[in-house]
Design a protein around this ligand. Structure first.
Ligand code: SF4
Length: 334
């Protein structure tokens, strides 16, 4: 904690213990680097300074602001939790770990962060940084990919956690893991060197143990972009697949497609790709073919048949889209 008060980064959400802003920052920073997340935090606080403002926004507005940050379920859950707080808790955040867990998208990690930082509850936060630091400090060899391992870490931390300032302690642990006990640890500059078991045993690089590897699926998307003059057909992504609620184009898994009344080769105006795009569980390769149809009526018929929506081209900018589509649109002109 001495190290933390000396070395902590000056981050915008650290200026407050308001549960709304702490919650917002914690959700944004999940799976996201601080440098990438900070501008999003600023955008959200400016657009929605209170939980009431966030609850009153539409899901599409929130997804649009979240555009490019990935893991879009976080944005959808953020919206639902804001509505829960306003509708079920009278606009006041619940003030205990167990009650916070009832909010949509809040798991043990976020609940512990809010409860300890905002309400001084003595609950340990265990994120990736803390797993790394604690496993090395105490030489814990349990697989952190297993759900049951979290308990072992929580119990270990409970022994060293002070009752007086659990929020600062948790933040110090996370910050230390992010800045010193990093994947390539800076042991030579570490205040904990003489207490660290893995430093003594020279096992820092073997910890933490994570046996389970994420299975990554290769996926091909052939996009067909139907246009007529300044109109374009878009597809709203549905539940149960990546990018729920975001807009892309009609796609097929191979480059074979047939729509009655469309002569694909005759109508194809421009092709582009492949663009590679990596998600946590999928490596996507995407090809794009723009097809200019021959009338507004034909465009409407295609939209109806393929369950698409017709927009004006200038509306594209206002819609929330996956980064893959944003990148593609930056490369082409219609
Ligand atoms: S000595 Fe190295 S491995 Fe141990 S806590 Fe410090 S940085 Fe981490």
């Amino acid at each position: 904690m001495n190290w933390y008060s000396r070395e902590k980064r000056d981050l915008p959400w650290r200026a407050t213990r308001n549960p709304y802003t702490v919650w917002l920052s914690e959700i944004i920073l999940q799976q996201t680097r601080v440098a990438q997340g900070t501008p999003y935090y600023e955008k959200f606080i400016n657009a929605y300074p209170t939980v009431h403002a966030l609850a009153a926004a539409s899901e599409q507005e929130i997804l649009k602001l979240w555009e490019g940050l990935g893991y879009y379920s976080r944005a959808r859950n953020l919206h639902k939790a804001a509505q829960q707080v306003t509708q079920e808790y009278g606009g006041i955040f619940p003030d205990s770990y167990l009650e916070l867990l009832k909010l949509k998208g809040i798991g043990p990690y976020t609940a512990a962060a809010i409860a300890s930082i905002c309400f001084h509850e003595k609950v340990p936060v265990v994120d990736g940084n803390v797993f790394r630091l604690i496993s090395r400090l105490f030489g814990i060899q349990e697989d952190i990919g297993k759900g049951s391992t979290r308990k072992i870490f929580e119990q270990t931390i409970a022994h060293i956690m002070p009752s007086s300032s659990p929020g600062d302690f948790n933040q110090a642990m996370m910050e230390f893991g992010a800045l010193v006990c990093t994947p390539r640890p800076q042991c030579e500059n570490c205040d904990l060197q003489f207490e660290c078991q893995s430093f003594r045993e020279k096992t820092q690089h073997l910890l933490p143990v994570k046996a389970k590897k994420i299975k990554i699926q290769a996926r091909t998307l052939h996009y067909w972009i139907f246009t007529y003059e300044h109109k374009i057909c878009l597809n709203k992504r549905i539940k149960g697949d990546i990018w729920e609620g975001l807009w892309d184009f009609y796609s097929t898994p191979t480059d074979l497609f047939s729509v009655a009344s469309i002569d694909r080769d005759h109508n194809a105006k421009a092709s582009y790709g492949p663009i590679s795009h990596k998600l946590t569980h999928q490596n996507i390769k995407a090809w794009f073919t723009q097809i200019e149809v021959s009338s507004a009526l034909q465009l409407t018929e295609i939209a109806k048949k393929l369950n698409l929506t017709v927009f004006n081209l200038d509306e594209l900018v206002t819609l929330p889209k996956p980064k893959l589509i944003v990148n593609y649109l930056a490369q082409v002109k219609f």
